[in-house]
Write a protein that binds this ligand. Structure first.
Ligand SMILES: Cc1cc2nc3c(=O)[nH]c(=O)nc-3n(C[C@H](O)[C@H](O)[C@H](O)COP(=O)(O)O)c2cc1C
Length: 434
């Protein structure tokens, strides 16, 4: 019998949690400042651990940016060990940018986290397009899209050399000879490339995973090649035009790229972003969905600056929200894949308001009772071929999390579609288990 199980991960991207369109979202309780001491994140991680999720991916942007809504947040590094300590098996994947670390510092940090989490750490690699981030770190502007990937390639090459610099058996801790580390087994990395220079050995021994898990979410042509080269898990959003056929095309393309460079396509798990909306009845779920996703003028006013930002400065406030939006081409250096998905919604029929609405709409229309949503997930995975879903919640509330972990997941477990319990101790082993 073939294993039809798929993986679940959680995309933690809606901080400050419970805040939606300028208001405390329904069911956010009276604790919308909780996220600042990490307690909300810890509760969330415990729920996901109990439900058997592979990992939680903590999104990040490093700079204050009023336009894009990236205003208040915590550095993932501060909360990752807290979340790891509160859980047993859940993988904790943090977003760190290649633009604002040196490979040595990042390699050391991740390796240390892998130890304190007992092998459950991942790094979501981003290169950062935001101008504000460059300014905040003392620069002038971010390098262009493809050049950022070129820099990131070298960055990953250096971190990998550092992580691999300790041979097995390097830690001897021999009380008779007094030798703790066998220096013969620790290689000195001497790297002098176009962007980075480092000489020395990492002073953190290999963690339980050997190397931390690498996650990546670029979907442009360059981004896909980068992911195929380095990632253990790839996160994809196909936006409002999501369908199992589109998902399959992208997954097949990435698997083709993996095979081309000699990597086993099954060794990389490709997860698709979805936003399920559950209800006691299908009608109730649709009511919630419609209430949540209708784009009012106020909403649109909040969203347009974000679109302009993603497009690298194209002014979206010039368009009539209710006129058919004519397909346009915009070349930019920002989030090409994500923004491309948005532009692809201009089908000669949709208005800008409808495009905004559909771009936020939960992929695959995962709207309904747990049974209905489980049916759609099962069907999609059969067509796509794997490997699972990255669930996001908007707004991010304890209610929404519980609906997934205590409503949807048990239904998926009953059907044998997701794990009932973890088989291994480390994130990578669990991710590769099926
Ligand atoms: C699910 C998902 C999560 C992402 N998380 C982050 C993030 O936390 N920080 C960030 O700067 N970019 C994030 N991105 C953006 C990607 O890392 C990448 O920059 C973007 O998809 C554009 O890459 P591309 O131009 O190769 O398509 C995310 C993208 C997706 C689809």
């Amino acid at each position: 019998m073939t294993d039809k199980r798929f993986h679940l991960a959680w995309f933690c991207n809606a901080l400050p949690h419970g805040w939606m369109n300028g208001k405390a979202a329904p069911w956010s309780g009276n604790d919308i400042l909780d996220w600042q001491d990490g307690s909300f994140l810890i509760d969330m991680a415990r729920n996901l651990d109990r439900a058997g999720f592979d990992y939680i991916m903590i999104e990040d942007h490093v700079a204050f940016d009023q336009m894009a809504g990236y205003t208040a947040r915590l550095d993932p590094i501060a909360v990752m060990p807290l979340m790891a300590q509160a859980t047993k098996n859940l993988g904790i994947v943090g977003t760190l940018s290649t633009s604002f670390y040196h490979p040595y510092g990042l390699a050391r940090l991740m390796q240390s986290l892998d130890h304190v989490s007992h092998g459950r750490i991942g790094w979501n690699v981003v290169t950062t397009s935001e101008h504000e981030a460059a300014l905040a770190f003392g620069g002038i502007e971010q390098p262009k899209h493809d050049e950022r990937y070129e820099i990131a390639d070298e960055f990953l090459d250096v971190t990998r050399q550092l992580w691999d610099s300790w041979e097995p058996g390097a830690v001897v801790a021999n009380e008779e000879t007094g030798m703790y580390v066998d220096r013969e087994k620790v290689g000195i990395v001497e790297h002098e490339g176009k962007w980075y220079k480092t000489t020395g050995a990492l002073n953190v021994p290999p963690g339980p995973q050997g190397r931390p898990l690498i996650s990546q979410a670029g979907s442009s042509d360059r981004g896909r090649d980068f992911g195929a080269k380095w990632a253990d898990t790839i996160l994809l959003s196909t936006g409002g035009q999501n369908s199992p056929t589109v998902m399959k095309e992208i997954r097949d393309d990435i698997r083709r790229r993996l095979a081309l460079i000699g990597r086993d396509p099954d060794s990389v798990k490709i997860l698709f972003l979805v936003t399920p909306m559950l209800g006691d009845t299908v009608e109730a779920a649709w009511d919630r969905h419609n209430a949540r996703y209708y784009v009012s003028d106020e909403d649109a006013a909040l969203r347009l600056p974000g679109l302009s930002h993603m497009s690298g400065g194209h002014d979206f406030s010039q368009y009539d929200l209710d006129a058919v939006f004519k397909p346009i081409e915009i070349h930019h250096e920002g989030h090409q894949g994500t923004f491309g998905n948005f532009l692809a919604l201009a089908d000669g029929e949709r208005t800008l308001r409808k495009m905004i609405q559909d771009s936020r709409v939960t992929s695959l229309d995962l709207i309904g009772t747990p049974e209905v949503v489980a049916d759609k997930m099962e069907e999609a995975m059969e067509i796509v071929g794997g490997d699972g879903f990255l669930i996001q919640s908007r707004p991010l509330t304890r209610r929404f999390i519980a609906e997934i972990t205590d409503g949807l997941v048990p239904e998926l477990q009953r059907r044998g579609l997701v794990r009932k319990e973890y088989e291994f101790d480390t994130l990578r082993e669990n991710l590769l288990a099926f």
